[in-house]
Write a protein that binds this ligand. Structure first.
Ligand code: FES
Length: 240
């Protein structure tokens, strides 16, 4: 029998532990009441309350910008789970942040196809340009850069995600221009999908609340031409 030793802890690119010093341990009464009202909406969508844990983690992330002890305790008490159970789930999924996050989370895909087409160079170039390590945040709190795994946009590789919206066909220079625009307060439109909003607002949308910005939902649109070409090819349609 072969044994495998697994070392658990913070993700390699994150310099903080989940229980970061200074993180809120509890919420003030008014915040707790507001979160409880939102949580009730989310929990009501599921036959079992505990099934709402993933949306609730996004909800508390929208409050704090990352998963804090206060957020974990809120989820646990709302869903009759233990803090350990909530923590186990929160640390399994990389979309839940373990430390303070910038207004824009810039994720550079370094999975196979994006890597072959320059994803690693883009990540290195961005970190060098911003003077931060992968997983770090700029001093102005505007931009956090990290590597991300495949976002199922391989036909647009190499891809950069900003708050989970797509910026396709990137180069090191285009990515540097992108983060400069983000830091200047002029966020560019994603290649596809809804306009950008801040990381906390994005977390609230991911929790399952409607995007009420005019035109935002319509902007999601259909697949782009490379995706549709792949679909036609899969169907064996002529001219694909
Ligand atoms: S490998 Fe980058 S989106 Fe798939």
């Amino acid at each position: 029998m072969t044994s495998v030793d697994l070392q658990l802890g913070a993700r390699p690119t994150e310099k903080v532990q989940l229980y970061k010093p200074g993180a809120p341990l509890t919420y003030p009464d008014d915040v707790a009441a507001r979160l409880a009202a939102d949580a009730a909406v989310l929990v009501a969508r599921y036959p079992e309350a505990r099934s709402a844990l993933l949306p609730l983690l996004h909800l508390v992330q929208s409050e704090d910008g990352y998963i804090t002890p206060a957020g974990i305790e809120f989820c646990a008490s709302t869903l009759a789970l233990t803090a350990a159970e909530v923590t186990a789930v929160a640390t399994f999924y990389s979309m839940y942040r373990r430390g303070p996050t910038g207004e824009y989370l810039v994720g550079v895909c370094t999975t196979t196809l994006c890597a072959v087409l320059g994803g690693d160079e883009i990540l290195a170039s961005l970190c060098d340009h911003l003077g931060i390590e992968p997983g770090g945040t700029t001093a102005d709190g505007k931009v956090t850069v990290e590597h991300v795994e495949c976002n199922a946009a391989c036909d647009y590789a190499p891809v950069v995600m900003v708050n989970w919206e797509f910026f396709d066909d990137q180069t090191p220079q285009r990515a540097r221009d992108l983060v400069d625009a983000l830091r200047s307060g002029s966020p560019p439109a994603p290649t596809r999908g809804a306009p950008l909003c801040g990381f906390r607002e994005t977390a609230r949308l991911l929790a399952g609340f409607d995007d009420e910005r005019p035109g935002a939902v319509d902007a999601s649109g259909a697949g782009g031409e490379p995706t549709m070409a792949g679909l036609r090819l899969a169907r064996g349609e002529a001219g694909s």
